[in-house]
Design a protein around this ligand. Structure first.
Ligand code: NAD
Length: 492
């Protein structure tokens, strides 16, 4: 089995403890690689290397345009190796090769976009109300950023953090998920090849509990950019608050996908199926609550079940496969646990409802695509994130009730609205409490468009121009051009 050491200060190194842990292939349920098992000592080494790179050495000497060019080069290298990186991610997280290679082909855009933005961040000259002073602002990088990612889209979620952080002039310690560390360790070779100085980008691998708090509580860390569960996000936010570290938190969701009776039904059926069964439901923006207007409920459900039942399960490396395995054993058990909860709550099982035992699923961690109808929005299956291929179907009467159900939840990440009425599309997009609303489409993202959560789905936004400001702080500079330095006891 190939061994993957971590990457600190421009060198691949073993962990301080010398221990390794297994990375599993979810399709076989067996280990396929070994990754260095870091601890607090490794976290400390990496943060100190990032801090040294931020304060001394070549990185702070580079102009913003030079940083932008490095990011461009990095984008080119990711594009060159997209197929290889996508395949590694599929081996590690079991998501479809079509999805992972599609993501990797798109990832370079974040490096190009923020590389282009690097030298367009300008302060302003303030036309002060006071004579005899010149006042201007500077946007300065925050410092060392810790980037912590989830397992479902490792290098995509990393690009959302790394590209703006580097464009801003920060240095970074990456902590990938313990379930999918390999692609970050391959990716960092491209960072080196692109010519980034040592210490600017570091990767510490290991279990969240071993290295997470050591990174997020480290006094030399200025900011934490995190994607993961709301429970971990809350713990990180508490730690960060103690030393006033900045945070960006991209957390979970329980997104409503709302279909009105004036929608193009076949399009909406495709949207509902892709909302929950694409990526085997392991996506933060899964449309896991399907809200159907009662007049179309039965016919819609019939069409949805007919389509979902055709989904081909199997090897995620095969281009034919449409639904792959669950990424890891604890998550597999969690998904099955929620299916039991839904059954006990009285939701009506329409398809699936347990482990997939089809021969093409081999020894992997597969769960049958599962649909529950007759779900009440108060049930746990409607309120809690499953992060698997489990859909809850909820009936509504009219627009008012659809809005009430959509918003009656502590999450607010995404929402889908399917309607042919343009006025309704605008009204719904205004009234739904979510960071993203898709109308007559679902699960679209772009490097140009801000992404993030309302309510418990997170703090801050990634992607889009403003994302770079989450890695900068503003300094106001006052120059006395002739004002008298008078009475020292009053505010000037
Ligand atoms: P998780 O919270 O268990 O782990 C995420 C990362 O945090 C991992 O790298 C883990 O090692 C690390 N971690 C764990 N404990 C830590 C601690 N105490 N301190 C610091 N780091 C710690 O989440 P997961 O199971 O890997 O991912 C699934 C979750 O991610 C879902 O809730 C999903 O909705 C969410 N997610 C959100 C987005 C988004 O953009 N909003 C995108 C993808 C996934």
């Amino acid at each position: 089995m190939q061994k993957y050491p971590m990457y600190i200060d421009g060198r691949f190194v073993d962990s301080a403890s010398g221990q390794w842990f297994d990375s599993f292939n979810p399709y076989t349920g067996k280990p396929w690689a070994q990754v260095a098992q870091g601890n607090a000592e490794d976290a400390d080494r990496a943060v100190k290397a990032a801090h040294k790179a931020f304060t001394t050495g070549p990185w702070p000497q580079l102009t913003a345009s030079q940083r932008g060019m490095l990011l461009h080069r990095l984008g080119d290298l990711v594009a060159r190796d997209a197929n290889k990186l996508g395949e590694l991610e599929t081996r590690d997280n079991g998501k479809l090769i079509a999805e992972m290679q599609g993501q990797l082909n798109y990832v370079p855009q974040w490096y190009y976009y923020f590389g282009g933005l690097a030298d367009k961040i300008q302060g302003s000259v303030i036309p002060l109300d006071k004579k005899g002073y010149f006042n201007f602002t500077r946007h300065e990088p925050l410092g060392v950023v810790v980037a912590i990612t989830a397992w479902n889209s490792p290098l995509l979620l990393l690009a959302w953090k790394l590209a703006p952080a580097l464009a801003a002039g920060c240095t970074v310690v990456i902590k990938p998920s313990e379930f999918t560390s390999v692609s970050a360790l391959e990716f960092v070779k491209l960072v080196e090849e692109a010519g980034f100085p040592p210490g600017v980008v570091n990767v510490v691998t290991g279990f969240g509990k071993d290295v997470g708090p050591a990174l997020t509580g480290h006094p030399l860390v200025a900011k934490i950019a995190f994607t993961g569960s709301d429970a971990t996000g809350r713990a990180i936010n508490e730690t960060a608050a103690k030393s006033f570290k900045r945070v960006t938190l991209e957390l979970g969701g329980k997104s409503p996908n709302i279909v009105f009776d004036d929608a193009k039904i076949d399009d909406a059926v495709n949207g509902a199926v892709s909302g929950i069964f694409a990526a085997t439901g392991q996506t933060c923006i899964a449309g896991s609550r399907l809200l159907l207007q009662e007049s179309i409920h039965d016919v819609f459900l019939e069409k949805l079940l007919a389509l979902a039942k055709t989904a081909r399960m199997g090897d995620p490396l095969s281009k034919e496969t449409q639904v792959g395995p669950i990424t890891n054993m604890p998550q597999y058990e969690k998904v099955l646990g929620y299916i039991d909860i839904a059954k006990k709550e009285g939701a009506q099982l329409m398809m699936g409802g347990g482990p997939a035992t089809r021969p093409e699923c081999g020894t992997g961690w597969f769960v049958e695509p599962t649909v529950f109808s007759g779900v009440n929005n108060k049930m746990r299956i409607a309120q809690e994130e499953v992060f698997g291929p489990v859909l809850s179907v909820i009936k509504f009467k009219d627009e008012e009730e659809a809005v009430a159900i959509a918003n009656d939840i502590r999450f607010g990440l995404g929402a889908g609205v399917w309607t042919s009425d343009i006025g309704r599309a605008f009204r719904m997009s205004e009234r739904i409490q979510a960071g993203t609303v898709w109308v007559n489409t679902y699960r679209a993202v772009s490097y140009m468009s801000p992404f993030g959560g309302y309510k418990d789905s997170g703090i801050g936004r990634e992607s889009g121009i403003d994302a770079i400001h989450q890695y900068l702080q503003v300094k106001s500079v006052w120059i006395n051009t002739g004002a008298a330095t008078g009475n020292p006891f009053v505010l000037r």
